[in-house]
Design a protein around this ligand. Sequence first.
Ligand code: PMP
Length: 427
Amino acid sequence: SASPGVAAPATAATPHYDTSFATLPGFEQLKLMHAATNAFGIPNPFFRTHEARAGATSVIDGKEVINFASYDYLGLNGAPEVMAAAHGAVDAFGTSVSASRIVAGERAFHRTFERELADVYGAEDAIVYVSGHAANVATIGTLVGPRDVVFHDELMHNSAIVGAQLSRAHRRWFAHNDLDALETMLAAERASYGRALIVVEGNYSMDGDAPDLARLIDLKQRYGAWLMVDEAHGLGVLGPKGLGVFEAQGLDPKAVDIWMGTLSKTLASCGGYIAGSKDLVDYLKLSAPGFVYSVGLSAPATLAALTALRLMRQEPERVARLQANSAQFLAAAKAAGLDTGAADGHAIVPVIVGDSLKAVVLSNLMLDRGVNVLPIIHPAVPNKAARLRFFVTAAHTPEQIDATVAILKEELPNTDVFIRKLAFAGI
Ligand code: PMP
């Protein structure tokens, strides 16, 4: 045998260890998809390059297009007040706080922002992380462990699932918004575990629909669980003042244990937050890995988001405009005979078109007609439920919405024509 520190020579008995990246799961499929889209002459709709600030309109390939692919729900990305706050923050504090707040990064603006976020929920405190994804992973990963259980909706965002996996808690999912199924699971299984956490979204990102929050609060109280609501797509979108799902459903936000949100959508920045009791926030500040071992939020990101939050609260007419635009889009799409799935008309409107190829082709046809909207394809959704997903914002005009739905209605049949031509050409 080889002496210590000296590699043994390879022999016939040495097993073959795969060190290639190209054999990773899914890689072949990815290459095939690229080859297929190239062969079909279909441009890849993903990673389109925007050449300027993407708001209600954007510039792609030198052409101005109507844009439905930004989560800038209240049109605050680029609002003069938000831009000025970010510029001022850079001048005063630079571009980074350079280290974790626990050792070197705390600034007064962090606490100001956290207090104002907590105030949205009537909560005792809040904590901000450098991304919404990190907020979910670090929070869920920290709060529960192997003796515990996480119940979540089947459409729950990846970040919450990854947090649950990190925690090593047992994980149970229920069919989308099926709270009878959740109750059945709680009744059968709750007693087998230590702590239980129920995780849902306030406004689901695939369909733009909401859960029955009152029922969830009742369930979490009766079965002794924590309730966590991800408001990534609820803040600025739901309720007369845009405070979120609790405001829309007329409920006391204090009944929810853990409010989660992101700064990347309505708040026109980058980061994520958790709001709740002082005990919760104090605990996370000392133990959530994405907070303790990660850099504090930068000054421009914090002050842009703080300013956007203040604008949201001072100018509820932005929320009203978003809600009117969303309702208009949904009504027009339904009137045009399009399949909008479970959408309730809360900023996100899916148009389900069939299989993935059809959604990709339609997205490209829409771009040719001056509308940027992205396809959601298998495996993100079942293959037959592939769709275009429209993010409506307060900044869209009624004319842009009507024009888009009219173009969509015209181009949908052309998708089949295009695909038939490909088949005819033997591609
Ligand atoms: N939760 C939900 C429901 C989301 O849709 C997203 C991102 N789209 C996140 C969390 C993660 O937020 P971020 O992009 O700020 O990391």
